[in-house]
Design a protein. Structure first.
Lengths: 107, 123
């Protein structure tokens, strides 16, 4: 199986900060990567797919980049609604895998 | 508008069985790959399994932790998908989500998720 490693596992930031989360794949996944946001008691919400395509309705302060084995999710100016857990997920292989998650908390 | 609604969760004893349902609306189920994903309390997301679309003969794939115990099926006439869970273990306790996750094709979007249903395996 392809392993997905996210860093950091926890990130403390303030409103207005620029935030970057990294996701590394154990082998090349081309651009077949999605990013999700999850809030307590809710289903994950897709933010970005195919590494850099913003899902309809998602604010433009979210962006994704990367290909191959290294990917980033950037929030250009953190808003109060953005404090949540973020997951990456690869979908290139028969067996889908998620990263371990990054909790973005208030500093 | 696409909607996915899971049902069938509840409390079951270790070694028991349970069948979850996922009712789809807003699209034709037979045209799409569909997945089950679970999340144990306080833990991350774990992919459970996938059923491919009609064009790919509805073939299935499963994660290592559930292979041989869980089975995914469909009823296209009801636009529904199912997850039959047998020989349940306490580690299977989780919220189970059905989803139409992204695919590695040029025309795939970001996908859709249901709201989840809680399965608790305990004596």
């Amino acid at each position: 199986d392809i392993q997905m490693t996210q860093s950091p596992s926890t990130l403390s930031a303030s409103v207005g900060d620029r935030v970057t989360i990294t996701c590394r794949a154990s082998q090349s996944i081309s651009s077949w990567l999605a990013w999700y946001q999850q809030k307590p008691g809710k289903a994950p919400k897709v933010l970005i797919y195919k590494a850099s395509i913003l899902e309809s309705g998602v604010p433009s302060r979210f962006s994704g980049s990367g290909s191959g084995t290294e990917f980033t999710l950037t929030i250009s100016s953190l808003q109060p609604d953005d404090f949540a857990i973020y997951y990456c997920q690869q979908y290139t292989s028969y067996s889908l895998t998620f990263g371990g998650g990054t909790k973005v908390e208030i500093k | 508008e696409v909607h996915l609604v899971e049902s069938g969760g509840g409390l079951v004893q270790p070694g028991g069985s349970l069948r979850l349902s996922c009712a789809a609306s807003g699209f034709t189920l037979s045209d799409h790959y569909m997945d089950w994903v679970r999340q144990a309390p306080g833990k991350g997301l774990e992919w459970v399994g996938r059923t491919r679309d009609k064009a790919h003969s509805y073939t299935t794939e499963y994660g290592a932790s559930v292979k041989g115990r869980f089975t995914i099926s469909r009823d296209d006439s009801a636009n529904s998908m199912y997850l039959q869970m047998n020989d349940l273990k306490t580690d299977d306790t989780a919220v189970y989500y059905c989803g139409r996750l992204p695919r590695a094709t040029a025309d795939s979007g970001g996908g859709y998720w249901g709201q989840g249903t809680l399965v608790t395996v305990s004596s």
